[in-house]
Design a protein around this ligand. Structure first.
Ligand SMILES: [Zn+2]
Length: 419
């Protein structure tokens, strides 16, 4: 093992592989980008929640990633992300992961110790007043009361991140993993001035974060396009990049610190905005995708026809009849209109082309149905329950599943963002 600290490159793509059968097809998308001269660091992520729903262990993600890297001869770095972990859930990941998404969203707005808040604001007079940041035309204007309010809201969360970071570092060693802090799974977005306060606090806490996942403005629903004010998103995304560049200089955070966009798959309408912002600021980014790959598996099954199509229809029927249970863990990140979901009996009569047309994320196709897509997105538990029957079909339909997985990541995600 080298003594160089692990550093994640400029562009990285989080990829989820719920059933550990697609790592090679996913890596093929990064390989295609590399052949065109752009290095996209693959990061396989799977959350504790996904492992629990599927009944898998992080060692299976490691085995699948290592096998894919070997099979395709990938010689550049790659990582395994313990996604959305906290103190209670991190231990099963510590051995195999080298990237940790420390999720402290639940601690936001829990009251911090007033003395700690006062000490923080006393320590940071530079955060009060008019703050001019390179790249932002309108300076931030803040009062001491503003900074106190922001610190009171986020300080406990940052302190919790510190605890988790030190817990991991005690086992793995400092510099032996990439730490990310995520605050995306919460109610309200963090504004760029709040991000500056948060980064100052993270630096004080001594966490050498390389990626930070704020909650951005707008809806980042699972597996479907962005919903919100694209111009406002672009403005804030640009401001966030300037805040990060400033915080790196001002607070000595790692030079490669970058934004992490969670639920980043399928947000096609903001891809051009992200791309423009990265180019303008010379910034890097981590884009996290997950369930979009599982959706491509189902598309691959349906496209194969025969038993594959029959299984895809069965998954839809089961998901429809267990909809409430399946949606519950994802309630804040889906918007399904039940009246737009066809009855199982209707879908059972569909051709391969009809099923694929409804599910594939092509908004120009009149058959496309974002409600079906979100339902299947949260419906992977159905496939997990099918066990070997599902996995056998994955093998039988290998060509079409792999082709759809690779094509989705490369054509619809990597190309518009990075190529
Ligand atoms: Zn997230």
């Amino acid at each position: 093992m080298s003594s160089q600290p692990l550093v994640i490159g400029k562009f990285s793509l989080g990829m989820g592989d719920r059933f550990a059968h697609e790592a090679e097809a996913q890596l093929a998308a990064c390989l295609a980008a590399k052949k065109l001269g752009v290095e996209i660091v693959p990061v396989w992520n799977k959350s504790n929640r996904e492992h629990n729903i599927i009944g898998s262990e992080p060692t299976s993600t490691r085995a699948a990633a290592d096998a894919a890297v070997k099979a395709l001869g990938w010689s550049a770095p790659y990582f395994l992300d313990a996604d959305h972990i906290g103190l209670k859930t991190v231990d099963r990941f510590v051995g195999v992961s080298d990237f940790f998404t420390i999720d402290v969203a639940d601690f936001i707005a829990q009251p911090a110790d007033p003395a700690a808040v006062k000490a923080f604001v006393d320590r940071h007079p530079e955060l009060v007043g008019t703050i001019t940041l390179a790249g932002i035309d309108r300076p931030f204007t803040t009062t001491r009361a503003d900074v106190e309010r922001t610190a009171a809201k986020f300080l406990l969360a940052v302190q919790e991140a510190g605890k988790v970071y030190r817990h991991i570092a005690a086992v793995k060693g400092v510099g032996r993993f990439v730490p990310e802090i995520s605050m995306d799974e919460t109610d309200s977005p963090q504004t760029p001035p709040e991000l500056l306060v948060i980064l100052a606090a993270i630096a004080d806490e001594g966490v050498p974060i390389q990626t930070i996942a704020p909650k951005f403005t707008g809806r980042f629903n699972k597996g479907v396009d962005y919903v919100g004010d694209i111009a406002q998103f672009e403005r804030e995304f640009n401001d966030d990049l300037c805040v990060i560049a400033h915080a790196v200089r001002q607070y000595g955070l790692p030079a490669n610190l970058k934004l992490s966009v969670h639920s980043g798959s399928d947000k096609f309408s903001i891809s051009p905005a992200i791309r423009r912002a990265l180019a303008k600021h010379g910034a890097g980014v981590h884009v996290k995708t997950a369930g979009t790959t599982w959706l491509e598996e189902v598309i691959g099954l349906a496209e194969a026809g025969g038993a594959g199509l029959a299984l895809a229809k069965e998954i839809y029927a089961e998901a429809l009849s267990h909809m409430d249970e399946l949606c519950q863990p994802y309630a804040t990140v889906i918007d399904i209109d039940r009246s737009k979901l066809p009855a199982a009996a209707v879908v059972s009569g569909w051709t391969s082309g009809q099923f694929v047309g409804a599910l594939r994320h092509d908004q120009k196709n009149p058959l496309y149905n974002a409600h079906i897509r979100q339902l299947i997105h949260v419906g992977f538990k159905v496939a997990a329950k099918m066990g070997p029957r599902y996995l056998e079909q994955l093998k039988a339909c290998r060509e079409s599943c792999a082709r759809n997985v690779t094509g989705n990541l490369f054509d619809r995600h990597i190309k518009p963002l990075f190529l």
